[in-house]
Design a binder for this molecule. Structure first.
Ligand code: PLP
Length: 282
């Protein structure tokens, strides 16, 4: 694989980042994951808008302009002959003597790599995902897409240890989001409920697109927190993320939802989201 590090495209074995990089020492960095379909980028502008916001919340500057980031993404697709999968981009504050204070001047580290992955034809979309609820012990600024992912990683291990696929994180009895996705339920009257945006969750780029599709399809949407009890009683459930698209959830804490199969709302939204993404990818 060819990876990108600070202006250079190199084979992955040759890529180097300083041991003093603040991303490595403090998780002082942000990232974006953009899906690639047919060699094209899905919702690149949305990812750029969120990147700007994450950086500015951490008083970090863009390492280069957006046009250049787009050119690097495209070069990565080409150099890796990527047809379907994702591009991971990470920006850290850069290398500096280890100190809690942000360095006055450090050059940001910009890294990208690609991963091939079947997104449209995913096994989990067919069978659905089983989740367990796990207490949300992450920090209080989950709206910033930082590389501080240890707790979500632990939560996913807890879920897999219980024989499930993923964890839904819970704070004060209410679901916040998944380890790497936004979460939705469909209530008995067919309303789609997903947590409202705040510092508690990441504003998913896919979430915004899915809600737009749902409204275009005249589906009823409510943006509010929902409890674990409400989720267990839901007709169906699903999650969304850049690489999972819309993923049906068929079981929560060992309890099957509906008939235990991916639900009609999740399947329809997945299909429409895929169609729209294929049309709009750049
Ligand atoms: N929530 C969390 C915690 C995530 O890590 C992610 C994606 O990685 C999402 C939600 C979904 O965001 P997006 O749709 O932009 O991929």
């Amino acid at each position: 694989r060819i990876v990108y590090v600070n202006g250079e495209y190199v084979p992955e074995q040759e890529a180097k980042v300083s041991v003093f990089d603040r991303g490595f020492l403090f998780a002082d960095g942000v990232y974006e994951v953009t899906a690639v379909l047919n060699g094209k980028l899905v919702d690149f502008d949305g990812h750029m808008r969120r990147l700007h916001r994450s950086l500015s919340e951490l008083q970090m500057a863009m390492p280069c302009d957006e046009g250049e980031l787009l050119a690097i993404h495209r070069a990565m697709i080409e150099k890796n002959a990527l047809v379907e999968g994702m591009i991971y981009m990470q920006i850290t504050r850069g290398a500096a003597d280890r100190d809690f204070t942000f360095p006055a001047s450090a050059t940001p580290t910009l890294v990208m790599f690609t991963q091939t992955r079947s997104i449209i034809d995913s096994a989990q979309a067919k069978t659905g995902v089983r989740v367990v609820t796990v207490e949300d012990l992450r920090w209080g600024r989950r709206d910033i897409k930082t590389v501080q992912l240890l707790y979500p990683s632990m939560a996913k291990m807890i879920a897999q240890g219980k024989g499930a696929d993923d964890a839904w994180l819970v704070q004060d009895g209410m679901v916040t989001e998944g380890t790497s996705n936004n979460t939705y339920i469909v209530t008995a009257d067919g309303t789609i409920v997903t947590r409202d945006l705040s510092h508690d969750i990441l504003p998913g780029i896919t979430r915004a697109a899915v809600l737009r599709c749902a409204r275009e399809l005249q589906m009823k949407v409510e943006e509010r927190a929902f409890s674990v009890e409400e989720a267990l009683a839901a007709r169906e459930a699903f999650s969304s993320s850049a690489t999972g698209f819309v993923s049906p959830v068929v079981e929560i804490d060992g309890k099957a939802l509906g008939d235990g199969q991916p639900g009609p709302v999740a399947r329809r939204l997945r299909q429409v989201y895929i169609e729209e993404s294929l049309k709009a990818a750049i």
